[in-house]
Every structure is written in C-alpha cells, then in structure tokens.
Design a protein around this ligand. Structure first.
Ligand code: FAD
Length: 389
C-alpha cells in the first residue's frame, strides 16, 4: 500500500516506471494475446495500492495530491491502455461520489470503491442521445424505490462493475433540473448487461451496453438530491477526469516518442541511420515541442482544479483538447518513423497507435470540449489571458 505521509515521490515514480517497462510489458502481451484483463493483474495493482492513490486517507486512499497523482498516471500511461484505464477510473470515480454520498452509501460503495474491493463504472453515454444533459434514461420514485427505464452504452467496466455511477432523468422532466445520479448495484433484476468489449484498442477492458426495463432499486442509492445529477456527473467527475485523460495522452505520447527515437537510431536506409535524416529529426523535434507544450497546459489545468479556480472547467477541457491533438500528431509521426513495419502487430508502436485513438472519445470529444470552452469565453467568466499562473 502507498501512504502519502511517508512517500518519497521520486522513488515511487522510479518504482512505477520500472514496473511499466518490466512486468507491465509482460501483462500487456498477455492482455493482447488473450483479449482479457486477468483478475490477477487487478489484484496486483490493488495490492500495490495503485488503484487507491488519489483519494483522501479518511476514505481509504493514499491521500496523494492531484498534481502528484498525475505524475504517476503519466508513468502508467506508457503501459497498456487497459492498465492505464484501471488506474485512471479507480482513482477517479470517488470524486463524484464523495461530496454527495450519505453515510450509508459511503460505507457500502464509496470506501470499498476507493480500496478497489468494489468496482464502479461511470455510466453516462446513451445510444440515441447526445453528450451531457441530453439523457433519455428515466427514473420514477415509488415509495422507497426508484424504477429505471432506458439504455446506456460504451460503458467501461460495465460487465464486471459491482456498481454503476449513473445519471438519469426524472420521468416527465426536461432540462438539467430533472437529472439525478445514483450509485446503484449492477446486474439487478430487470437490468440486462450486454457484453460489448470488442474494441479497436484498449483491448481486454470490458465494456457493456446496459438495458433497464422497470429496474427497481432502493432510493438510498441516490447521490445528493434530485436535480443535482448533472453537477455530480460533470463537475465532480469530468473536470478532474479530463485533466487525467489529458495527462494519459502525455504519457502515451512519451512512449510513442521513445519508440520512434529507438527505431530512428537503429534503422539504416541508404547507408545511414534514419536519425541522421533531417526529415526524421524534424518529426522528433516537433513531437518534443508539442509534448512539452501540452504537458505544461495539463499541469496548469491541474493547479486550477486544485485551487478551485473559476476557469478550472474550461482549462480542463482546453488541456484535454490540446493533449489529444498532440497525441494524434505524435503517434502518427512515430508510426511514420517506423515505416511499414510499424503497422505490424509484433511492433510495439502498433498497439500504442490503436490505444491512442480511444483518447479522442474518452470524457468527451474535441467538439464537446470546444462547447465547454466557448460558453466560458463568450460569457466572459473566463479571462482571455487563458488562466492564471
Ligand atoms: C474506449 C471508450 C471508453 C468509453 N467509456 C465510457 C464510460 O465508461 N462511460 C460513458 O458514459 N461513456 C464512455 N464512452 C463514451 C464516450 O464518452 C463517447 O463516445 C463520447 O463522449 C462521444 O459521444 P458519442 O459516442 O455519443 O458520439 P456522438 O455524440 O454520436 O458524436 C459523433 C460525432 O459528432 C460530434 N458531435 C456530437 N454532438 C455535437 C454537437 N452538438 N456539436 C458538434 N459536434 C457534435 C462528436 O464530437 C463526434 O465527433 C467511452 C468511449 C470510448 C471510445
């Protein structure tokens, strides 16, 4: 386990980096070969304490600051995307639950989730609706219960999760005031869990479509009050989570750049290593510059979140937008440096390239990030100076 009071961050980061380069690569191969994330891997990550880094100690976490945790996530993100996903999601969902959970829910769901004894899936996206407040899944209150109808899809850990951190609409309402969030048990009677895990990258992670038909559950699973659903799903989870995804982009881009440099030094064409060609040098230089710029913005967004700055939401979206564009550019260049061989599965850049593509959807596309930013920019709540140092 990790205890932030006694932790030496530098030594811990060295331990994580060594694990990623050694055992992490062996796990990655096993995940790719079998198409599943072995339970022993989850147990190992839990026992190391890496799934409980960011939550405060009173909830059973290590109590790491957000900025320190992001450095760990950067190192982990050089690993297989399914390993990064376990660390990122398990270290994130508590943020949405903690301010709103009743004492009962804290004991039943929140603390076991922080300790990674129970897994929680963030359940927002719907097949026939748009992002955010456009939610069609409904609930109605009947005595001490809610009754849910509707469908969610693309839900990471939706098959294996014990609980769903889910947002629905009170029947007959429209707009954000009708939204309500829950941490309800998964696999309830009346809820169908359809395994939908065959993805391009992030192989091995389970994903699900969840169908609810008159699904009943006790009202005590509600988080906060009716009407607070969007605040819980977006403010509590997505703002820090977008910064986390942005840092994951940085870590994965660093891995792509390492592989490109290694290959450029090894591969000889027309009597010279690729690294001696200006065209290749310029690709690596541009990768470096964009990586450094994105990382600086990610850390700025992290600080804004930590101090509760008024533009933390816009900066978080700006960081995600910038970092994901950088990742697209860097991984494409890195694959190009590898030539045709990079397209083959036996070459590590192939997996990095596939895994990178998922990041453009996670926690919202660039179009959605731009919507978030433009609301702040046009209303004047965000300074044109782009945040404070
Ligand atoms: C690997 C992976 C894991 C995921 N895990 C989860 C999860 O755990 N939980 C969860 O809830 N969701 C999850 N998602 C879903 C993800 O959050 C969505 O895919 C993403 O937010 C985009 O929404 P959508 O797929 O509904 O796209 P759509 O809304 O159908 O959008 C399609 C395209 O149109 C654009 N677009 C849509 N609306 C607008 C608009 N108003 N203006 C301009 N352009 C627009 C989009 O940017 C996109 O390019 C996951 C997705 C992936 C790929």
């Amino acid at each position: 386990m990790v205890d932030n009071n006694t932790l030496n961050l530098g030594e811990f980061l060295d331990e994580v980096r060594a694990w990623v380069a050694g055992p992490g690569e062996e796990w990655a191969e096993r995940i790719e070969d079998t198409g599943t994330v072995p339970d022993e891997l989850v147990t190992e990550l839990r026992e190391r304490g890496w799934l409980s880094l960011a939550a405060p100690q009173e909830l059973g976490g290590a109590g790491m600051s957000f900025s320190d945790y992001l450095q760990v996530l950067e190192a982990i993100s050089k690993s297989h995307a399914s390993i990064r996903m376990l660390v990122h999601v398990n270290n994130g969902t508590w943020r949405a639950m903690a301010p709103y959970a009743s004492p009962e829910l804290r004991d039943e769901v929140l603390i076991p989730a922080v300790k990674a004894d129970k897994r929680v899936a963030f359940t927002l996206t719907e097949h026939d609706r748009g992002s955010g407040a456009d939610i069609g899944t409904t609930v109605r209150r009947e005595g001490d219960e809610y009754v849910m109808n509707g469908e969610k899809h693309l839900i990471t850990f939706g098959v294996k999760a014990d609980y769903l951190l889910i947002t629905a609409r009170l029947e007959g309402t429209s707009g954000k005031d009708g939204l309500v969030s829950f941490t309800m048990p998964n696999h309830l009677p009346g809820a169908e869990v359809i395994d939908d895990s065959e993805t391009m990258g992030v192989r091995g992670t389970d994903h699900a479509t969840l169908r609810f038909e008159e699904t009943r559950f006790p009202a005590r699973y509600r988080l906060g009050a009716e009407g607070q659903g969007l605040e819980i799903a977006l403010g509590g989870f997505l703002t820090p989570s977008r910064v986390g995804v942005a840092m994951s982009c940085v870590g994965l881009a660093e891995r792509a750049q390492e592989l490109a440099i290694e290959y450029a030094n090894e591969r000889v064409t027309f009597g010279k290593p690729l690294a001696k060609r200006q065209a290749i040098q310029f690709m690596l230089s541009e990768n470096y510059a964009r990586l450094a710029a994105a990382k600086a913005l990610v850390m700025q967004a992290a600080r804004a979140y930590e101090v509760g700055a008024p533009d933390a939401g816009e900066l978080s979206s700006a960081a995600k937008l910038t970092a994901v564009d950088m990742l697209t550019f860097v991984t494409d260049n890195a694959l190009q440096v590898h030539g045709g061989r990079g397209y083959w599965k036996k070459n590590p850049i192939e997996r990095v390239y596939r895994d990178a593509r998922a990041q453009r959807f996670e926690e919202g596309t660039n179009e959605i990030q731009k919507q978030v930013i433009s609301r702040g920019v046009l209303s004047g709540t965000v300074s044109t100076e782009g945040g404070q140092w």
